[in-house]
Design a protein around this ligand. Structure first.
Ligand code: 13P
Length: 320
């Protein structure tokens, strides 16, 4: 069942976070649905602008629709991740999306707010939620690269003004994370002080945490042992911080890189161990299982695991 993103966020707010998982292909879709059903968790399936080009937007929608029929118990939202204005309008028109993200965080406040407001005006009449971003994360996300010097944290006072001016439903805030595998060198953690200040200023507005992959050491080690050349000092967000952030209003936690690492590990190890093989299906099948396991474990850390029955009940009650 595809549900509004804002409805899921309302039910989770202040208690647990919902995983925003990026998908690009068939195997990720199958693994994501399986992992969320196995862990009985609601989820947000994210499609980026790049994914819509890579797999063809219609092809992705068809695969998701089929997965929805295969897993009738799944409760999820479909979200455009890091959209520009044009892509947001395309998704709003399509009628398939529960929410869109307008990412103009690279623009000054005024332009960012104006674009977000225009998207909100088009999305809300159709019951579609809007996520916007204030502050600037470092790292590489699709076509955008932000070096460390250009990244800056969200200003809590600006956050109030931004939400008030734009009417956006969810706000992505920069609280120390960055996109990609190379987030932190050594031990670094989230800026809980900033998060707390933002929550106080915009109580009730779900906060989104981008760049939330944990980049597990063991995953990087296995990839490199199978021929990869990832920087072994790569570090991500401590998974044990997810729930603490959720209690401070972080309701959607975005995870892409960790899923890519699972894909890379499975395929590198498979072809290292089966050098005579050239069938793509055996490693594909292993990946679906491994990705499902990975998603189920993440949902445990996010606190969303086991929440399906209460979510279904609450949504039913709201309908009647
Ligand atoms: P990661 O690169 O940490 O997985 O973040 C993904 C993300 O924020 C997508 O919007």
């Amino acid at each position: 069942m595809i549900v509004p993103t804002a409805a899921l966020a309302r039910l989770a707010y202040g208690r647990y976070a919902i995983g925003g998982y990026n998908i690009n292909n068939l195997e990720q879709i199958l693994g994501l649905f399986k992992g969320c059903i196995d862990s009985r968790a609601p989820f947000i399936l994210q499609i980026s602008k790049g994914a819509r080009t890579y797999a063809d937007k219609g092809m992705l929608e068809a695969m998701i629709s089929r997965a929805k029929d295969m897993y009738p118990d799944a409760v999820f939202a479909v979200h455009l991740d890091h959209g520009d204005e044009k892509t947001c309008y395309d998704c709003i028109e399509s009628g398939f999306y529960s929410s869109v993200m307008i990412d103009d965080s690279h623009e000054p406040f005024k332009e960012n707010a104006a674009a977000t407001k225009r998207v909100v005006e088009k999305a809300h009449p159709k019951g579609i939620s809007v996520e916007a971003e204030l502050g600037r994360l470092g790292g590489v996300e699709e076509h955008v690269t932000v070096d460390e010097g250009s990244a800056f944290l969200t200003n809590p006072d600006e956050a109030v003004q931004f939400v008030k001016e734009t009417g956006c439903d969810l706000l992505a805030c920069a609280i120390g994370t960055s996109h990609g595998a190379y987030k932190f060198k050594g031990r670094q953690s989230l800026h809980f002080d900033i998060l707390e200040a933002i929550k106080k200023k915009i109580p009730g507005t779900p906060i989104v945490m981008h760049g939330s992959s944990s980049v597990p050491e063991e995953e990087v080690r296995r990839i490199n042992a199978a021929g990869g050349k990832l920087d072994p000092s790569a570090r991500g967000v401590d998974e044990n911080d997810y729930l603490a952030a959720a209690k401070l209003g972080v309701t959607k936690i975005n995870i892409d890189t960790d899923g890519r690492l699972v894909w890379t590990r499975v395929h590198r190890e498979y072809f290292r161990d089966h050098p005579e093989e050239f069938d793509l299906r055996p490693p594909g099948k292993i990946f679906v299982q491994e990705y499902a396991k990975f998603v189920a474990q993440k949902n445990e850390k996010l606190g969303s695991a086991g929440k399906l029955p209460e979510i279904r009940q609450a949504l039913q009650k709201a309908k009647s």
